[in-house]
Design a binder for this molecule. Structure first.
Ligand SMILES: [Zn+2]
Length: 313
């Protein structure tokens, strides 16, 4: 190879690796598509039942964390997990009491939180969500970060009622305050706060102990994620039980640690970007290094998270 050819070769391979870095499919190292892999894994996933406070229980193990409020008005459920977990979720729900499923709230439109919508609706659930969640479920929606296009959901899976900002329910002796975050993890994230019990479900605005995915394709962004983390912190006292979209049930201390991680990494990446550094240079600078041992345990590595932050910095 002469020097000119060699130089062209080097330029073209570095462009290729830069392109590969930007290509959505390289976000995750899975050989199979991450959506298909996740659905398959859910077929055998065990569901753990964790009593939180009063008549509120968490079901953990099928996609996003599920919360259940039981009582004479019927079960109210927050997020429906994977459809492939139907049998295990049904068993877990039966152990919580005989009341039928009456209400389902979706924290946002992602498949690991809404895949079970259709069967829960079939079993009697009225589905409530933010208006953008309905919009994404009702049409074909692509998530670039997952290299996957979701077809429109079946009619039964689509929320029957939506709201633009907030909505308060009174069921089973509890007040359930639903509040829109604004664009954060997607453009349709809502929190659900059980007022008397002081239990807050944050959906995917909080990943306890894991770097979060941020879905830019449907309106999410890192700045909104930080704003949502601040809003969760503002709601939580030392006594509040906080349910993340993913990871263990926690509280104010873990929420604080998560917010600090987001802000520190955002500041580092934004400073490098402002200095004119490319995405590759920023990833090479390892802005997440100090956090990786704790937060990179799941499918979002430090490099993937650095890219997710870079996209919105
Ligand atoms: Zn999500």
């Amino acid at each position: 190879m002469n020097s000119l050819t060699r130089r062209k070769f080097l330029v073209s391979t570095s462009l290729l690796s830069a392109a590969a870095c930007l290509a959505p499919r390289s976000l995750f190292a899975e050989s199979e598509n991450i959506v298909l892999t996740a659905r398959k894994r859910a077929e055998t996933a065990e569901i753990a039942v964790q009593t939180l406070r009063g008549n509120i229980t968490a079901l953990i193990g099928s996609g996003g964390n599920i919360a259940v409020l039981t009582g004479p008005d019927g079960k109210l459920i927050i997020d429906s997990g994977y459809a492939t977990s139907r049998a295990r979720i049904t068993d877990a729900l039966a152990k919580l009491g005989p009341d039928p499923i009456k209400h389902l709230i979706n924290t946002h439109w992602h498949f690991d939180h809404c895949d079970g919508n259709e069967w829960m609706h079939e079993d009697g659930a009225h589905i409530l969500a933010h208006e953008n969640t309905k919009k994404h479920l009702a049409t074909s929606t692509r998530v670039e970060g997952w290299n996957f296009t979701f077809p429109p959901s079946p009619a039964g899976a689509i929320p029957g009622e939506v709201f633009p900002d907030e909505k308060t329910l009174h069921l089973n002796g509890a007040t359930i305050a639903l509040k829109y975050y604004g664009p954060s993890h997607t453009d349709g994230d809502v929190s659900a706060y059980f007022t008397e019990a002081d239990v807050l479900h944050c959906g995917d605005t909080w990943w306890n102990g894991h770097y979060p995915f941020i879905d830019y394709s449907t309106g999410g962004n890192i700045k909104g994620m930080i704003t949502a983390a601040e809003s969760n912190l503002a709601k939580a006292t030392e006594k509040t039980i906080v349910i993340p979209g993913h990871g263990k049930i926690g509280g104010k201390a873990e929420l604080t640690e998560y917010r600090d991680m987001l802000v520190t990494i955002y500041d580092r990446v934004a400073a490098l970007k402002k200095d004119g550094k490319s995405l590759d240079e920023i990833i090479a600078a390892k802005p997440t290094a100090a956090y990786d041992s704790k937060w990179a345990g799941s499918f979002i590595t430090g490099d993937v998270f650095a890219k997710l932050v870079y996209d919105g910095a």
